[in-house]
Design a protein around this ligand. Structure first.
Ligand SMILES: Cc1cc2nc3c(=O)[nH]c(=O)nc-3n(C[C@H](O)[C@H](O)[C@H](O)COP(=O)(O)OP(=O)(O)OC[C@H]3O[C@@H](n4cnc5c(N)ncnc54)[C@H](O)[C@@H]3O)c2cc1C
Length: 369
């Protein structure tokens, strides 16, 4: 059964209380735009099309995580339709005082597990000017990929909390590497200096500019990709990758099955890491950075190799990494603790309280027992 919430997309902002009420069919792009126009934000992901529903329930990670935390950390209440009695349903209001366990679970426990969220209430954060950087290296510099990743991982997770930074490399066949990010405030010279160890490698094209947060978000939000197939996987890197692990990443990118295969990393630490792992269902807070990789394909004959590459990459990284992000689900993961760590047991308790008959279930949903 598909429950389509896309027409429930109203957004109401109360600036005096610094609270936004958002129906869950709104897209992430609509929420960021509505808030950004009036100088506010919730930390979220970086693309327009994902729904705020799934993004928030699973966490919502992006370049404001180090300065503000996650989308789910700003969820202070929600309306949810939950199962009730034989084939019945009930609409409940959830907040810190009512159904607090369910609020805890909806802060990162993943969509589709407990009921249908129809409306979210977010604490919103004032934000004005930010400084962005955009650095790209062409194929002549692909030889530096290991050094770039190594310097990026030692620099950005411990940098000033106002910096949120990404690093991504395409396969050797494609040859491009990029790092970009957002620094809160107008500090172009300070940002350039902070990034110097990275920008000094090879000959990147670099732009550093100051603009409103909304313009910065729109600048980085990519237009939707043309239709294609894809397989993603993700991990959290808790201790900096040692040279052998970086060599593994290098080797997978050098031998990727399709040119579009890539890795994407997001610096962690700062505000997201200061919240205890058991305070919300979102577990992976103490990592240094997040990494995902994917191998898109359009031709059916490429499917086997593309999927095998993603799965073998995951296996090869296992000695060096932990966990996975529930919003980038990977069906090769068999143990739900990979997503939820020690929070799985409490998520199951909440499941037993609100959906004991397991009405809401799918391949990797939280089972009551
Ligand atoms: C192009 C792209 C870029 C992305 N970038 C980021 C990023 O920067 N940061 C990040 O954190 N994530 C990112 N993601 C991952 C994104 O968080 C997930 O894909 C998320 O699941 C999207 O939510 P959705 O509602 O659009 O998806 P859906 O597939 O509709 O939903 C995902 C899950 O949530 C459930 N769900 C959805 N809405 C509700 C609701 N109202 N009530 C109950 N359950 C619900 C669904 O049943 C399903 O189980 C990206 C995804 C894409 C496609």
């Amino acid at each position: 059964m598909v429950i389509d919430v896309s027409n429930m997309n109203q957004i109401h902002v109360d600036t005096s209380a610094e609270v936004a009420t958002v129906q869950t069919g709104a897209t992430q792009g609509a929420v960021v735009t509505a808030l950004g126009k009036i100088g506010y934000a919730i930390p979220s992901g970086g693309e327009k099309t994902p729904g705020i529903g799934g993004v928030t329930l699973g966490g919502g990670i992006g370049t404001l995580a180090r300065s503000m935390g996650l989308a789910c950390d700003h969820l202070i209440g929600l309306e949810m339709v939950v199962p009730s009695g034989k084939q019945g349903a009930e609409v409940i209001q959830v907040d810190e005082h009512n159904h607090a366990d369910l609020l805890w679970a909806c802060r990162g426990g993943g969509g589709g597990n407990f009921g249908i969220a129809t409306s979210f209430t977010f604490k919103i954060r004032p934000i004005s000017t930010v400084t962005i950087y955009d650095a790209t290296w062409g194929s002549a510099d692909w030889q530096h990929v290991s050094e770039l990743l190594s310097v990026w991982q030692s620099l950005t997770p411990s940098a000033d909390d106002r910096l949120g930074s990404t690093f991504n490399s395409n396969s050797k066949k494609n040859g491009s590497i990029a790092s970009n990010g957002i620094f809160i405030g107008s500090q172009e010279a300070q940002l350039r200096q902070l990034l110097q160890p990275l920008l000094g490698i090879g000959t990147p094209k670099v732009t550093i500019q100051t603009m409103s947060y909304l313009d910065a978000w729109l600048h980085f939000a990519a237009p939707p990709d043309p239709p294609h197939n894809d397989k993603f996987s993700s991990v959290w890197v808790y201790s900096a990758l040692p040279p052998k692990a970086i060599e593994t990443v290098h080797s997978f990118l050098a031998n990727a099955p399709t040119p579009q295969a890539n890795i994407w990393c997001l610096s962690w630490g700062g505000a997201v890491g200061r919240i205890p792992t058991e305070a919300t269902a979102f577990f992976h807070r103490k990592a240094q950075f997040y990494m995902e990789w994917d191998s898109p394909w359009t031709n059916d004959t490429e499917e086997g190799q593309a999927i095998a590459w993603v799965e073998q990459f995951r296996e090869a990284l296992q000695p060096y990494v932990n966990g996975s992000y529930i919003n980038v689900p990977d069906r090769s993961i068999n143990d739900l603790r990979t997503y939820y760590g020690n929070n799985l047991a409490r998520l199951q308790e909440v499941k037993r309280m609100y959906d004991p008959e397991n009405v809401f279930h799918f391949e990797q949903s939280i089972p009551p027992n």
